[in-house]
Design a protein around this ligand. Sequence first.
Ligand SMILES: [Zn+2]
Length: 850
Amino acid sequence: MPLSVYRMARAASVDSPFDAATVEAQYPPDLELEPRHLFVDLALEIGARRAAGVVTLTVEARRAGSHVLRLDAVDLEVADVTDPQGRALTWRNDGQQLTIRWGDAFAAQEERQVAVHYAVVEPSSGLYFSQPSEAYPDMPWYAVTDHETERARHWLPCIDLPNVRTTLDIRLRAEERFTILANGYLVGEEVHGDGTKSAHWRLDQRCPSYLICFAVGEFVRADDGVFEDGEKSVPLAYFCSPQHTRDDMLRSFGRTGAMLAWMTAKLGQPFPYPKYFQWTAPGVSGAMENISLVSWDERFALDEKLAAEWTWIVDAVNVHEMAHSYFGDAVVCRDFAHAWLKESWATYIEQVYREDTVSPDEGRYVFYEHAERYFNEADNRYHRPIVNRHFQSSWDMYDAHLYPGGACRLHMLRSELGDDIFWAAVRDYLHRYNGKVVETDDFRLVMEQHSGRALGRFFDQWFYRPGYPDLALSFTHEVADGHGVLTLEQKQIDADAGIPAFVFDAEIRWRANGEWHTQPLHVEHARHTFVLPMPHAPEMIVFDPDGRLLHKLAFNPGDDLLRRQLVEGPTVLARIHAARELAASGRRPNIAAIVDAYGAEPHWGVRCVMAESLAKCNSAAAVDGLAALITVERDPLVLPVVFEAAAAYRDEAIRKAILQRLDEGIGYLATQSAYEALGAQREDAPYGLLLAAAERPGLNGIEQIGAIRGLAATRRSDALPVLLRLARYGGSSYYVRPAAVGALAALGKHVETRERDQIVDALVELLRDPVYQVAISAVRGLESMEADAAISALEAYARGKVRQEAVVARRAVVRLRKKGTPPAQLPQKELEDLRSQVRRLEAEVARLNV
Ligand SMILES: [Zn+2]
């Protein structure tokens, strides 16, 4: 990116939650007394949102002389703490920690037990209850847990950090009609004759607190046979609320067995756990890799129509969570500084899975997508090292640096070492550290042992320092001398930010007279000039066509070469680069070339990028092109992206093309994006159509959400009462309300002061909403509206919330307080008129040139 933009990114990163100058370093605690086993014995009353019983910890002394154990225990009603063997102890519960003191000290390696008798009512986090209500009669009955990163402590007395791992017994008592699931294998179920039953689950492998899980409630069960893993049979089963069906579960997760077969072979390890169960519930966020019991937001439950659009995503998440069985569950990151060893790995496995099961190009496209997600955060929010100890909340670490940013770096390591060495080393690493905790150096040393390479520089550069190579290339061909000259510049270098010139090897590939040539390039300085033997002028010339290097690239070797590359480029990455570079040129023949190439482009992902690139170039040719794309695109993975791109333009042809496709009938997600693009047509939007769709519930509210966002995009103040009603508790479904809150905030930026104030008041009220997703959507909305008036309400919200939920609100307050007078800007309306004028002029000029 240009330096000026870089500076802006750095200025924005003043708010970085990772700034070593302002944020304290975080370390794992001492473990003189280490919990080794947990026996959780609780009765659950879902209607009363209450759990009560006894948790017995088996504790081992690492050294002689210790006699104090501190457990995380937030807002637990502790009745008593006892030693089952009758030793005297005292205890104190301060609402955050439970401190237990034995009268006599432990001997080294001595084991003792301690039983905590307690109850927890309406826990603020970690354990979530649901039941039908007047406003939501369809909500299922359940009590389920979701812990990452430090939320177990809100219902379970434990040391709530990943370096403490215990084997588990979980015995839960609940109404007889409910399904009771937990980590591990089922020891037995017992019916009590009073309308309740108990189920006892046991896990023989050690488990950190964030991976402990139970799910109790009305679940529909779908058995999916067993995965035969050598001697062992691993049963597969999926569970959902009664809002979905057994068929939905098999449609969503039916590929789990095949994925397990692929993964155990790829990683050369048996599956570490006794079962693979997955459950979904409305009200749970995302997906979570709890040992042998993966949890999912019920949004991922696929009916037949959604399957066409979303199977790709569901499979990506499925294989990601499954990869955690090894990376994270069996081999545990010692503390959050090294969390990339789980998240980067699970994200990288998504790429490897596509590469192995679809095609190398599909793997490359995932690499491209991961890099883009990482760049988006790094360029717009902050740069941080992947291994990092300075964070405000451990939850902050779970960002786009950790997931896709680290995944791309793992891919580079594999490219650097070669497949044979890399995978052999990975198998050895997983085998050696199975059941243990690891840090980054453990992984590096295994890689070094297998490769014979000293990888200190690689890890320093890519994992311990921020930044990535941002490259500008230029190319000329000297016909007379028979060589090409390639110059390369690293633009990211910024000593103040600790971002250096990177040292790396890359590849340049060109085709001349129909033959491909490859030249390796070694880069270590800010600038290089490479002279390439090239007797014939190249037909195209591509940098890093296979995607071995995480980098950004500006490189236009000539429009004619790029236009050929757009069609004949050897990999998806080559064609993607051509599309983006041609669109960025803004030249009409280049944009026409993208539209022409689109129809014949075989890869869906490249077509997505083509559509997105047309959205960015603000040209009349792009508008006509996008309208044409809307008409021809039949791939359910691509169509929603084409509509999203179309939302960049207000134009009659676009509006007509979208309405035509809606009439023909399209998928849920396509409909969602189509409504948003229609809303973006403002005064020309089909307001009545959006209004009707905004009131129509459908599967998981997907289409309704599009209509609601569309209404906000019209900027019409008469949408305000509708959105206010939909955002209210009971006004729309659980799935829809957070989107309605977001839509209110979006509308709030474009209405008169009185109406804006009304929106701010509504959002402040929604901060108190019982649904977390709604409240957090209100926090983000107030921040995006720059609502200074809400600062004290946001501060109050943060005070009442657990740390990882509070940080979002605290950061919003910091930004609102900091915000000075915004720089002088053209009013939005004027800016848009100018954009349209430019497009019209461009069309005129094009006509004159013909
Ligand atoms: Zn993950």
